[in-house]
Design a protein around this ligand. Structure first.
Ligand SMILES: Nc1ncnc2c1ncn2[C@@H]1O[C@H](COP(=O)(O)OP(=O)(O)O)[C@@H](O)[C@H]1O
Ligand SMILES: [Mg+2]
Length: 285
């Protein structure tokens, strides 16, 4: 077993049921310090459930889920929040807090008892807003923001939490391409410079190929493949798990994978170029 210092997330023999229906079965996964690991798989394959289990919000799991060497279900709640930050897929805010108030919530696990935030906490929150390019939104009410702006606010809150482990559930799904890259560049810096262990669900296969050290492909309640993104995200695995036709090539600039979806029309073109023409083609004798 690797040490908890080098491998802050260690999951073994994990299964989970929602009211009698098994949605995760026999999951084994680990995330090393300083690594960015991707969770990929079709809708409903259990990515969010797995992240919530590691974040401690679904304690009724079977098997072992260790964070920093401690079983998640036996953690004191406050202690887990000092180690783990989670960016949820669709965060909801029942009150119309300001952006700064929300990012300051990231400091709450670090406050003693019922203490208010200090000037240092406000400074950390401002730095997180600035790093995410949303300092100017600080006083805006959260309910008035676009989905993409809101997504950057919850990411900034996770930064302000200064976690050792960062769990991200499709953190860039509402972001334009520039902001996707900005967020994942920050994630890479957190991993490489600060040694943060990052586990992130994403749908964008090209972002996964570009940024992730390792990926786990979830399908049919379990792990269909895992390893480096260059080996796992191949044509055979992707078409089998996502059940659609794709064009997979190598990015000439980076040498990483380039993965393009194919519409029905493009699939027909592909079939025509692969198969000999039956009518009017030169191959017919
Ligand atoms: N609160 C819940 N109660 C019952 N079933 C759920 C609940 N949340 C998710 N599920 C089911 O569990 C499966 C996995 O869901 P989820 O982890 O959200 O998948 P993903 O994030 O990969 O899309 C899906 O079939 C989903 O319908
Ligand atoms: Mg999900």
């Amino acid at each position: 077993m690797p040490s908890s210092r080098d491998t802050p997330i260690q999951v073994a023999d994990l299964s989970f049921d929602y009211v009698g229906r098994t949605v995760l079965n026999d999951i084994r996964l680990s995330v090393g310090a300083g690594k960015i690991v991707g969770l990929l798989g079709p809708n409903g394959s259990g990515k969010s459930t797995l992240l919530k289990i590691i974040a401690g919000t679904l304690p009724g799991y079977r098997g072992s889920v260790q964070v920093a060497g401690v079983e998640v279900r036996s953690f004191a709640r406050g202690k887990l929040a000092r180690l783990v930050a989670m960016v949820q897929q669709e965060p909801e805010f029942s009150f119309n807090y300001s952006v700064l108030e929300i990012v300051l919530m990231g400091r709450h696990p670090h406050l003693a008892g019922l203490a208010f935030e200090s000037a240092a906490d406000v400074e950390i929150a401002h730095a997180a807003l600035d790093r995410c390019g949303i300092l100017a939104l600080g006083q805006r009410p959260i309910h008035e923001l676009s989905s993409g702006e809101r997504q950057r606010v919850v990411f900034a809150r996770a930064l302000a939490q200064e976690p050792m482990i960062l769990l991200l559930d499709e953190p860039a799904s509402f972001l334009d391409i520039r902001h996707q890259v900005e967020i994942f560049d920050i994630v890479r810096e957190l991993a490489e410079v600060q040694g943060c262990a990052v586990l992130t669900a994403v749908h964008d296969l090209n972002l996964a190929a570009e940024y992730f050290d390792q990926v786990y492909l979830l399908s049919d309640r379990t792990i269909a493949a895992c390893g480096s993104s260059g080996t796992v995200l191949n044509y055979a695995n992707l078409t089998r798990v996502f059940e659609t036709e794709l064009y997979v090539d190598t990015n000439a600039l980076t040498g990483k994978l380039l993965i393009v979806p194919l519409s029905g029309r493009s699939r027909r073109l592909l079939a025509e170029t692969r198969a000999p023409r039956r009518n009017g083609g030169h191959q017919d004798s």
